[in-house]
Write a protein that binds this ligand. Structure first.
Ligand SMILES: NC(=O)c1ccc[n+]([C@@H]2O[C@H](COP(=O)([O-])OP(=O)(O)OC[C@H]3O[C@@H](n4cnc5c(N)ncnc54)[C@H](O)[C@@H]3O)[C@@H](O)[C@H]2O)c1
Length: 284
């Protein structure tokens, strides 16, 4: 059903999430246009995709050759190249002003019946769509990191989002091999409303000397059966992404969401986690 409506998927942003979404869409047979603002960022996105496809192939988890999948992805810096997409997923920076600009651009270049999805972690779907002529076609399609590995996708329904758009979002995620749940457009939705205070508390526990970073992570992994402790997970997500998410939640929900001091300091120092080679831990 979804295949009759969607053939070509646009992705805005070729970072951690955008490259993952592009890869998963291409691996499931969709034509993909992946757009970032600089050629270098597009190339970085392809490097991430090549690494991921290589790993999946070596584990026997790919049904096609990596090159076949990669060839379905067109990289670009041109906004107009998104114009012939049947649905666009935005995965740019977690800043409301940036996302509003991106959606205003998309409204200009995309046909008026094209669904515009955002991968935002915490920002309001309604607010992202509020200046648009057709806010009813905007929805949250919140993929998890790393996209090729994580099964879950959170569908976030804005104030104006129609049922048809919501159904299409669930159907697309299912067609990409994902399992969805639905959240109302409340700050942080289900996942980050609960995850961000957990990460910040882990960072505060470390900063206040409760335990070493390794023991904080081990305590949560072994003691509560999560696959990754809070400091390792923060490094994987990106400390800037965690800080932006925490700041939005703090603004919307009050002091219990205040970002940890050490999280801010690490971001100011440019230590953003795995993607820069250093966060709470060091990476190759
Ligand atoms: N990292 C995670 O674990 C995670 C998980 C779920 C959701 N998200 C959300 O996904 C989104 C992207 O996060 P990320 O971790 O991939 O960030 P990232 O910093 O890795 O990548 C963002 C990319 O967007 C590009 N960009 C910025 N403005 C743009 C524009 N106008 N047009 C096109 N590209 C633009 C940047 O150049 C960058 O390459 C954010 O909204 C974030 O909150 C992140």
């Amino acid at each position: 059903m979804v295949r009759e409506q969607l053939d070509r998927i646009g992705v805005v942003g070729a970072g951690t999430m955008g490259s993952g979404i592009a890869q998963v869409a291409a691996a499931n047979g969709y034509e993909v246009v992946m757009r970032d603002i600089e050629t270098e960022y597009v190339e970085n996105g392809f490097d991430t995709i090549d690494d991921s496809l290589g790993r999946l192939e070596s584990r026997g988890d790919l049904e096609e050759e990596p090159a076949t999948i990669r060839d379905r992805i067109e990289g670009t810096t041109l906004l107009d190249d998104l114009g012939d997409c049947d649905l666009v997923v935005e995965a740019a920076l977690e800043e409301l002003a940036v996302k509003r600009d991106v959606f205003a651009d998309l409204e200009r270049v995309c046909d008026e019946d094209i669904v515009l999805a955002t991968n935002t972690s915490t920002l309001s779907i309604t607010s992202i769509a509020s200046d648009l002529e057709r806010p009813e076609r905007v929805i949250g399609l919140h993929f998890m990191n790393p996209v090729p590995v994580m099964e879950g996708v959170e569908v976030v329904v804005g104030e104006k989002t129609t049922d048809a758009v919501t159904d299409l979002a669930h159907d697309l995620a299912a067609d990409l091999g994902k399992t969805t749940w639905e959240a109302d457009d409340k700050p942080g939705f289900v996942t980050n409303r609960i995850l961000m205070p957990w990460i910040n508390e882990g960072i505060r526990a470390y900063d206040e000397g409760v335990a070493s970073k390794e023991d904080i992570d081990a305590g949560m992994e072994l003691g509560t059966n999560v696959p990754m402790g809070p400091l390792t997970l923060a490094d994987h997500i990106g400390l800037d992404v965690c800080l932006h998410a925490s700041e939005t939640l703090h603004e919307e929900l009050g002091d219990r969401y205040k970002p940890a001091y050490l999280l801010k300091r690490k971001v100011e120092a440019g230590d953003l986690g795995k993607k820069t080679g250093r966060g709470f831990y060091e990476y190759e």
